[in-house]
Design a protein around this ligand. Structure first.
Ligand code: NAI
Length: 285
């Protein structure tokens, strides 16, 4: 669907990928509400996008459900009905599973998965209610398709986001709400600084403190894709209502290898025709 004149609500939109998506949407004529936990990044983003842009910013921690509803109220007061949710806020919570403590799991899943869930629960009823249709974009990751080492918590969240996006797509077709799962490969961003966002409540029982300090020093590789290039890909995916938005064909062989291995594990038996019919019904939306 066209995005001109429509309103997008983007979480984690003040840096990196979310800012790239915001730029692309603004250029395409959309109204953009950027919700982010970092107030200084919000101010910077607003300045970057220009005084003439149809942009509103709001400080929001995506784990704060009441705050999410207030942010949505504010967005509607400014621009009217919200059409697009870009559930993009995320943190790079990485480390060996043997070091992962409950604070790491709870913070990582709370932001990376819980933030997307809170966006859906807050905004889906509002998008349905205005009846003009809309689009949900969830920021999963290439790592949902090819998990990398030391990413247990991150991958658990990103694979869940991919699965839930696939699961709701058929259900929402009747409401004229599209769904896209966005699975970027490496992109230049601020994600190595996620550790500074870890709330005090999730610090005492963490096994990842040292890792987060080390990660802060990791330089952003010039080989990683730019956030603006990624933003344009997401915009194209929204316009086409693509279920999958991917960025890096370099991962295609790995994906093929993984899925071939899954298929090769299928029991080699004759297909039970009646059972196939029943399964077809389960899959039919
Ligand atoms: P980034 O750190 O540059 O941007 C993330 C934004 O989310 C920041 O502005 C941050 O302040 C905000 N944020 C973090 N926690 C928040 C919270 N609790 N509530 C509200 N806002 C919060 O990182 P990047 O890389 O742009 O990440 C965006 C999304 O892309 C994330 O979901 C990340 O997992 C995903 N991703 C990034 C990849 C990369 O290579 N950069 C690859 C695959 C996925």
């Amino acid at each position: 669907a066209d995005v001109a004149g429509k309103t997008a609500f983007i979480t984690g939109g003040a840096n990196g990928i979310g800012l790239g998506i915001s730029r692309a949407l603004v250029r395409a004529g959309a109204n953009v509400v950027i919700a982010d936990i970092r107030p200084e990044s919000l101010a910077q983003a607003k300045a970057d996008l220009g005084a003439d842009a149809q942009v509103e910013t709001v400080q929001l921690d995506v784990t704060d459900r009441a705050g999410f509803a207030r942010a949505a109220d504010m967005a509607e007061a400014r621009f009217g009905p919200i059409h697009m949710l870009i559930g993009n806020a995320g943190i790079g919570v990485m480390g060996p599973v043997l070091d992962a403590r409950y604070d790491d799991w709870d913070w990582g899943l709370g932001v990376n998965l819980g933030g997307v869930i809170n966006g859906l629960v807050t905004l889906l009823p509002r998008i349905k209610a205005h009846g003009q249709g809309g689009q949900i974009v969830t920021t999963s990751s290439q790592s949902a398709l090819i998990p990398v080492n030391y990413s247990a918590i991150y991958t658990a969240a990103k694979a869940a986001i991919l699965g839930l996006s696939e699961a709701i797509r058929g259900e929402l077709t009747a409401e004229n709400i599209g769904v896209s799962a966005f699975m970027p490969g490496p992109v230049q961003s601020h994600i190595a600084h996620s550790g500074e966002l870890r709330p005090a409540a999730y610090r005492s029982d963490s096994g990842y403190k040292q890792r987060e300090d080390d990660l802060e020093k990791r330089p952003v590789s010039p080989l990683w894709m730019s956030a603006d290039e990624v933003g344009e890909r997401v915009l194209a995916g929204i316009r086409a209502n693509d279920l999958y938005i991917l960025t890096h064909p370099e991962f295609a062989d790995g994906m093929r290898t993984r899925f071939d291995a899954i298929l090769a594990s299928m029991p080699d038996e004759t297909i039970h025709q009646e059972r196939a019919g029943e399964i077809g019904f389960l899959l039919s939306n």
